[in-house]
Design a protein around this ligand. Structure first.
Ligand SMILES: O=C[C@H](O)COP(=O)(O)O
Length: 343
């Protein structure tokens, strides 16, 4: 991927270079820098759509070049600096985008037909970052309704599913049923299921095993309580929860882990980006040590717990945070900004 982006970036830059003289002379003739800017911005769009993320860098490149062209000085120094920044930026971005950012909205036991229609309208009318995968965890009774209203690019998740396909399990739903009505994901092991409905690590792992076998993708939740954090047991707790999943999950391709510190859920008390990153980095290392380097590099780890539009951007900058699982804010228009946090 890094090599691909280097090549793409390099190719886009070569074409930019080929156009810059013409652009600058046109701008000079017209005495109008915007002519030059328009021409240069067209280059990455036409040559390398994959490199559109670097548009901001091209604007910067243009600005520096224009200033130096006017002043006829330090052209090569600023040019080298900008190129350095361009490639540094490319590498950072490629590392971050190796795992597709994934934002889940967990509506929990909220919503009715009217509010679901409104949220769906907001999401349908918004420009959602195409580099972010979006999944909505909807109450089971509204899943089909939401599926029909949400943009087709948005996945739909059940918030629970039992560990067998069918039978005498009054009140339960199965992964097969979720798939049958168009859901492609299921959220399992949420702390509310663990605390209120007494779901054990083992039951949650069995549910994950069965859901994966039925072809659903799984958001596998983990996270420590406040007491556990204060007792210095955060790593021990999340490792125990991961161990339970690992006993049942053979193929991690369709799994996203959601790290949700229980003390941050619905409390307005978000983990700082540093606190979240620390646990995510621990999980990444745990995956390397206990599963494989490949799984560790590819598995997406979401952060959940009082994520809002105000804190999403800073959290999203952390290298091991690959998305969010959002509760309250996913019911509001600000969910769009959370989806677009990496932009
Ligand atoms: O599944 C989502 C989490 O429980 C976070 O909920 P929250 O964003 O309302 O804190």
């Amino acid at each position: 991927m890094i090599q691909f982006l280097r090549v793409t970036g390099g190719r886009a830059h070569s074409v930019w270079h080929a156009h810059q003289n013409e652009a600058l002379s046109r701008a000079t003739m017209d005495n109008n820098p915007s002519v030059c800017e328009t021409m240069l911005l067209d280059v990455p769009k036409s040559v390398a759509p994959q490199a559109q993320k670097f548009t901001a860098v091209f604007i910067k490149l243009f600005e520096h070049q224009w200033k130096t062209y006017e002043g006829q000085k330090k052209v090569s120094t600023s040019y080298q600096y900008i190129l350095y920044e361009f490639y540094a930026n490319s590498n950072t971005h490629s590392k971050m985008s190796a795992r597709k950012f994934c934002v889940g909205g967990n509506w929990k036991m909220n919503g009715d037909q009217k509010s679901i229609a409104e949220i769906s309208k907001t999401l349908s009318g918004a420009a959602l970052d195409p580099n972010t995968e979006v999944v909505i965890g909807c109450p089971a009774i509204y899943l089909m309704y939401a599926r029909n209203l949400l943009p087709c690019t948005v996945g739909v998740a059940g918030q629970n599913a039992y560990k067998v396909a069918k039978g005498a399990f009054t009140g339960e739903i199965s992964p097969a049923m979720l798939k049958d009505i168009g859901a492609d994901w299921v959220i399992l092991g949420h702390s509310e299921r663990r605390a209120i409905f007494n779901e054990s690590d083992e039951l949650i792992a069995e549910k994950a095993e069965h859901a994966l076998a039925e072809g659903l993708k799984v958001i596998a939740c983990i996270g420590e309580t406040l007491d556990e954090r204060e007792a210095g047991k955060t790593n021990e707790v999340v490792a125990r929860q991961m161990c339970a999943y690992a006993k049942k999950v053979r193929d991690w391709t369709n799994v996203v882990v959601a790290y949700e510190p229980v003390w941050a859920i619905g409390t307005g008390k978000t983990a700082t980006p540093e606190q979240a990153q620390e646990v995510h980095a621990f999980l990444r290392q745990w995956l390397t040590d206990n599963i494989s380097k490949e799984v560790s590099a590819a598995l997406r780890i979401q952060y959940g717990g009082s994520v809002t539009a105000a804190n999403a951007k800073d959290l999203a900058k952390k290298p091991d945070i690959d998305g969010f699982l959002v509760g309250g804010a996913s019911l509001k228009p600000e969910f769009v900004d959370i989806i677009n946090a990496r932009q």
